[in-house]
Design a protein around this ligand. Structure first.
Ligand code: ADP
Ligand code: ADP
Length: 229
């Protein structure tokens, strides 16, 4: 298993229960959507996974390793196994596209030689080889998101988590982004995507995990955004 949540509950500030008794297994190489209204608990699940927060109860396992509590020394080591993509891209605006991706590689200690080889490879994968020397704010939204995806995959994480990655994009650009995610998943990377986008979920026919008020109320293979049954 890539991931296991065992009876996980998160209570913020000792009073607000954001997710409750979550039991969830995500297989290696799978593609899952997490859906649910704003406030349902999607971001809390993601924050638990990247160890931004600790659970109040329950246990979490990543690739068989118990990650319920990690020392501050181990958190960065854990995060390197996960590529995260956000709705607002979070690129470094003072660095070029090339430098944004190279920087992510420098952070984990790759050599200049490997960086010079890998940055062009991921840029080509997202179809933006010609934008290497542009700054993020010179690019359209969909292009910025493709750069964020290139940065997330360049260190070859086992898991990619995308939190509303198409929330700011038009349908056509969204379709391009989903093609890239499909290809990344086809090559073996586990993918989890939180989304509000009904069209994407219905078109992709992947696993759908629906949260409501912090609980899983539906978990279907080849599901749709709304439960039709
Ligand atoms: P989603 O991502 O589905 O919109 P969240 O996980 O962000 O949901 O939020 C789940 C619930 O937890 C919401 O009701 C939200 O207001 C609450 N919440 C989120 N973060 C905090 C926090 N830091 N302190 C208190 N309550 C929070
Ligand atoms: P959209 O309407 O889809 O957001 P834009 O008008 O932002 O598209 O961008 C269309 C194209 O023009 C993109 O390829 C983008 O990279 C390029 N572009 C936009 N603004 C600039 C700029 N200030 N400098 C260079 N290229 C730009």
């Amino acid at each position: 298993m890539m991931l296991e949540f065992e009876n996980v509950t998160k209570v913020y500030k000792d009073k607000f229960t954001a997710v409750q008794n979550i039991d969830l297994k995500i297989e290696k190489g799978s593609f899952s959507f997490i859906v649910g209204k704003s406030g349902a608990g999607k971001s809390t699940l993601i924050k638990l996974l990247i160890k931004e927060i600790n659970p109040s109860e329950g246990r979490l396992f990543f690739d068989g390793e118990d990650i319920t509590y990690l020392s501050s020394r181990k958190v960065p080591i854990h995060r390197r196994k996960i590529g995260v993509i956000f709705q607002d891209f979070r690129l470094l605006n003072r660095k070029t596209v090339y430098e944004n991706i190279a920087f992510a590689m420098e952070m984990v200690g790759h050599s200049p030689k490997v960086i010079r080889r890998e940055v062009p490879t991921v840029l080509s994968m997202v179809g933006l080889s010609d934008k290497a020397n542009n700054f993020p704010n010179e690019l359209a939204g969909g292009e910025q998101q493709r750069i964020a995806i290139a940065r997330a995959v360049v260190n070859k994480p086992e898991l990619i988590i995308a939190d509303e990655p198409t929330g700011n994009l038009d349908p056509e650009t969204t379709y391009e982004i989903m093609k890239i995610f499909t290809e990344i998943n086809r090559r073996g990377t586990t993918l989890i995507m939180a989304t509000h986008d009904r069209m994407i979920v219905d078109a992709m026919k992947k696993r759908v995990i629906e949260l409501k008020n912090g609980k899983i109320i539906r978990d279907t293979q080849e599901g749709e955004y709304y439960n039709v049954y």
